[in-house]
Write a protein that binds this ligand. Structure first.
Ligand code: GLU
Length: 433
């Protein structure tokens, strides 16, 4: 492994290894190397007629348990190390939830806010042209991630289908409903995190009537979870987007905040005067101040590395629900554990998204589509079961939930690798079928 993020991930694997007995050396060898990573150049005709080339990546980290699965992000910070790390996390996330998938991830180094919608479409189609031989419904199945959505997934499925001269909906999940998407996919990440938190609620905050919450990030996952928590009687006192945070000690009226954000596209719009803005009493905070609020539950729902060694000691929340991928660094994790902050780790907390992606893929293969209620019930059941499994393992081994989640996933990955033949079996003299 190379690169800081990926190295940090291997430390999480080391922690898990102390909990799981008898992991095969083959498994460790396999998980130390990404299976394959493709780097592509994507030429895109811009609206002004010029040609601009973007760098894209797709990593299939490990496919021991099935086709690789994971999102595609469009973000200026995308690079090979990040994509490989995110793919590694996906392998553990899928195993933690017992989905029949390995881990993959992709991305394009771009700030989509600099592009017109038609330029984004050409980029999305160009990415699929470059990757057409690398992905497929039985090999590697992309989905949305940071700054990508159902619209973009729709263009991608369409492009893949044009290349193959047949409609192949199972190649990408998170599509529009009209193209074989699943009901409940757009709210699935938030919903999964909500179920995991509800499962552990009394263990984390006792019988507090209206536990206080701060949500960092007001994209798809952050905005929806804020709404779910508000409706369930939590007091959401602060939310933020990349431009700043708003706070109200009495709790924000999240439906109004969401309405303003949707209309104006940024939380700053909530600071305006008049109309719907008056519905939302609030003070302004910086993103850093939001993270350090004295709340019961902190929900980082933006990007990696929100909580680092620099601010971990100042976190006053009792529990953290990691809706983003990798919001807590390795060093920060140790500080939080020492300070008694319980972290519901990303590979469990945000796994609702890929779980409903799995349901979408199943529906595409069946050609039979489920109701919203069926999707919701199956997601809730799976989140509760695996949250309880991970909690029990953490209790049994006296380790943090993150270590337990990795250990729980590692057992499943190890089993799949061992079942294909392993060093110990080949080396043992007298081994017979
Ligand atoms: N991007 C999401 C994640 O990080 C979803 C991936 C998927 O649905 O395949 O879990």
């Amino acid at each position: 492994m190379s690169g800081s993020l990926l190295e940090a991930s291997s430390r999480r694997l080391d922690d898990a290894l102390r909990v799981v007995d008898g992991v095969s050396d083959d498994t460790l060898e396999r998980l130390s190397h990404p299976k394959s990573t493709l780097t592509v150049s994507i030429p895109v005709r811009m609206d002004d007629g010029t040609l601009r080339t973007f760098r894209g990546y797709r990593c299939r980290y490990d496919d021991s348990r099935g086709p690789t699965k994971g999102g595609i992000r469009f973000h200026p910070q995308v690079n090979a190390d990040e994509v490989q790390t995110l793919a590694f996390w996906m392998a553990f996330k899928c195993a933690a939830l017992d989905l029949p998938f390995g881990g993959g991830k992709g991305g394009v180094t771009v700030d989509p806010k600099d592009l017109s919608l038609m330029e984004v479409e050409r980029l999305a189609r160009g990415y699929i042209d470059a990757l057409a031989d690398f992905i497929g419904p039985d090999t590697d199945i992309p989905a949305p991630d940071v700054y990508t959505n159902a619209l973009i997934m729709g263009w991608m499925v369409d492009e893949y289908s044009i290349i193959h001269r047949q409609f192949i909906p199972g190649v990408i999940t998170g599509k529009p409903l009209s193209m074989g998407g699943s009901r409940g996919r757009d709210s699935a990440t938030a919903m999964g995190g909500f179920h995991s938190l509800q499962t552990l609620r009394s263990r984390l905050v006792g019988d507090a009537e209206a536990p206080t919450v701060a949500v960092q990030g007001f994209g798809n996952a952050g905005a929806i979870v804020a709404g779910l928590l508000h409706d369930a009687g939590y007091k959401v006192v602060a939310v933020s987007d990349s431009r700043g945070a708003i706070f109200s000690g009495d709790g924000l009226h999240i439906p109004s905040v969401r309405k303003v954000k949707e209309e104006q596209r940024e939380l700053r719009a909530v600071y305006c005067e008049g109309s719907v803005c008056d519905l939302v009493d609030h003070e302004k905070l910086s993103n850093e101040e939001l993270l350090e609020l004295d709340v019961d539950i902190l929900v980082p729902a933006a990007l990696e590395n929100a909580i680092t060694a620099g601010n971990a000691g100042k976190i006053r929340a009792r529990a953290i629900l990691e809706l983003a991928n990798g919001p807590v660094t390795l060093e920060a994790d140790e500080i939080l554990v020492d300070n008694g902050v319980t972290v519901i780790p990303d590979i469990l907390a945000n796994a609702g998204g890929v779980t409903v992606s799995y349901f979408e893929w199943v529906q595409n293969r069946q050609g039979l589509y489920w109701t919203a209620e069926e999707v919701a019930a199956r997601l809730e059941h799976r989140m509760i079961v695996e949250t309880e499994n991970i909690w029990s393992l953490a209790e049994e081994k006296s380790v943090p939930l993150r270590t337990a989640a990795y250990a729980h996933a590692l057992r499943r990955i190890d089993q799949a690798i061992v079942d294909k033949g392993h060093a110990e079996a080949f080396q043992s003299n007298g081994h017979r079928i």
